[in-house]
Design a protein around this ligand. Structure first.
Ligand code: NAP
Length: 539
């Protein structure tokens, strides 16, 4: 960071990323506070995660009418979703609509990947460098890089010698991939693999799915939205918004008050069948004790297992698909469209790579530990992400005295409210670790963070303050609260979950998000602000 930035590259605030978070933060800082802001975005368009995730079947699990900005009624009313769950291209179209309507593009620099950021204590600014060698500086640095943008591509022996094509789902070719007549191998059965499987199976000559850990999934029941429903969402904007802000996961539906363990068997079965018909994320709203009580969880898990076994015709495949190592919904819950049905096709097979792990990628395919070589033309890595901390650590951020964020987080993330880190003045991390982030409907968490950050900066300006960072002891105490919140749920029991960092070799095990609920978190943040930003030190 030796080069001094020229005056044109000096801003009040720099935002990294032009997904939901970067777009709304730009809007707020520019329109509400009148700041001079620049967004740096690696892609050549807005969309963030959705700009990159163009794999077959990519669709959001949140229902369309709740997967959007709700800070502006005008913006909400001006858009019409076509299906119950929005498909990737429709989400990108929506985000372009929002960018146009809010006139955001003029302050976003596309095709610009940040390679480093360092706090300059003497000047009181962040110095930011891009891969292309451009330098920027700003009083505030706000990361809006998403939680699932740093790909986890296992370093299998022989990967680069593969004669066919291989892709990670998170950086899918914009021109698409033609599977016609191809033998395709798909590694990974998380949300992505489950979405991609039935779609790839439609055109591939053969699809081999390599499964390490099976996952529960419930039907999404996607469908075109009827005009009556579209009108209903518009007429009920305030209610939908209110409900999204009031619920633990930011969805516009409430979890039932019933306890599974106290509901008679017949009634339980009737309720589960009804919830199964509704499908999607709402399935989990059926009982209040689902995530709190092992016995309650088992009731639901057994029901889902039974449904999967009824769907998959080959008993051996069904057994592999239901050899679960975790309680239901303790890893990121999955919803699907014809995933289990895909295994009834002649051109789809399942390989259990827990029993016989992938040993190497050969020029012609994948060899597993049982000595079998699976011949393939295309390999797809649906192997997930270095979640939540990964996107931040790869920015190469250095705080006061050159202290690296990677040093501070070597044993797991440390933050105050997931918003700031001691030693990193004026750095804000939207949906950062230890905030609700991935446990919520993301636009809800994003709007709350962006608004809180804008309010905090406004507070500083009103009070003549130029620097803010959390007190170290307060930050550490927040870490303990995050752990307690996770311990109070069954989430903490899923030892192979990426929520705990278990999917990335060498990553410290720490629960990455605040599991105490979005509504409660909002109250905590509001309370901190009301008490003069208690726990933060201003200069
Ligand atoms: P993921 O949930 O982390 O799943 C990755 C899969 O790859 C797992 O099955 C994992 O097995 C497997 N895997 C990883 N390394 C492997 C290896 N070395 N050998 C064999 N298998 C390996 O990733 P994802 O499916 O991309 O989803 C990540 C998150 O993105 C989701 O949890 C969700 O939050 C979000 N997402 C959302 C949507 C949506 O809203 N519709 C769609 C896609 C993704 P193990 O389980 O054994 O580790």
């Amino acid at each position: 960071m030796a080069t001094a930035p020229n005056s044109q590259n000096r801003f009040d605030a720099l935002i990294i990323g032009a997904g939901f978070a970067g777009m709304y933060q730009l809007h707020l800082l520019r329109e509400r506070l009148g700041l001079n802001v620049r967004v740096l975005e690696a892609g050549d368009g807005v969309g963030g995660t959705w700009y990159w995730n163009r794999y077959p079947g990519a669709r959001c699990d949140t229902e369309s009418h709740a997967y959007c900005f709700t800070f502006s009624k005008d913006l909400y009313l001006g858009w019409e979703w076509s299906e119950r769950y929005p498909q990737q291209p429709e989400i990108v179209r929506y985000m372009n609509y929002a960018a146009d309507k809010l006139d955001l593009r003029k302050d976003i620099q596309f095709n610009t990947r940040v390679s480093g950021a360092e706090w300059d204590e003497a000047a009181g600014v962040w110095r930011v460098r891009t891969e292309a060698g451009q330098d920027f500086s700003a009083s505030f640095l706000i990361t809006a890089v998403g939680c699932l943008s740093a790909a986890n591509v296992p370093d299998f022996k022989g990967r680069d010698g593969f004669k066919g094509q291989w892709y990670h789902t998170g950086s899918w070719p914009h021109e698409g991939v033609d599977f016609t007549g191809k033998r395709v191998g798909l590694i990974g059965t998380g949300s992505t693999g489950v979405q991609a499987t039935p779609v790839i199976a439609e055109t591939a000559a053969h699809l081999t799915v390599f499964q390490r850990t099976p996952n529960y999934s419930v039907p999404a029941h996607n469908k075109p939205l009827k005009p009556e429903f579209q009108e209903w969402t518009k007429a009920n904007f305030e209610k939908i918004r209110h409900d999204m802000k009031s619920t633990p996961a930011g969805h516009p539906f409430y979890i039932d008050d019933r306890l599974a363990v106290e509901t008679p068997v017949d009634e339980r079965e009737r309720l589960l069948e009804a919830a199964w018909k509704v499908g999607g994320m709402q399935f989990r709203a059926v009982f209040k004790d689902l995530m709190l009580d092992v016995d309650a969880n088992k009731i639901v898990a057994d029901f889902v297992t039974r449904k999967i076994r009824e769907t998959v015709k080959d008993p051996e495949t069904a057994a592999k698909l239901t050899a679960f190592d975790h309680h239901y919904s303790t890893k990121r819950p999955i919803i699907d469209s014809q995933y289990f049905e895909a295994y009834n096709r002649d051109n789809v097979s399942l390989v259990d790579v827990k029993a016989a792990p992938i040993q190497e990628i050969t020029p012609d395919g994948i060899r597993t530990a049982d000595g079998v070589e699976h011949k393939l033309d295309i390999i797809i890595f649906a192997t997930g992400y270095d979640g939540v901390t990964g996107p931040l650590l790869r920015l190469n951020i250095k705080g006061r005295d050159g202290l690296g964020l990677n040093q501070v987080w070597k044993d797991g993330p440390k933050t105050y409210l997931g918003l700031q880190v001691a030693g990193f003045p004026n750095l804000f991390t939207i949906t950062g670790p230890q905030s609700p982030s991935v446990l919520t409907n993301m636009p809800v968490a994003i709007e709350q963070h962006a608004e809180w950050i804008a309010d905090a900066i406004a507070h500083m300006r009103a009070n003549g303050k130029v620097r803010v960072e959390p007190q170290a002891d307060v930050m550490n105490a927040w870490g303990e609260k995050v752990q307690e919140a996770a311990n109070a749920t069954l989430l903490i029991t899923a030892k192979s979950s990426w929520y705990l960092g278990a999917n990335v070799p060498g990553k410290p095990r720490a629960f990455l998000a605040w599991a105490g609920g979005m509504a409660r978190y909002r109250d905590i943040c509001d309370d901190v602000a009301a008490k003069g930003y208690e726990g933060f030190a201003f200069a």
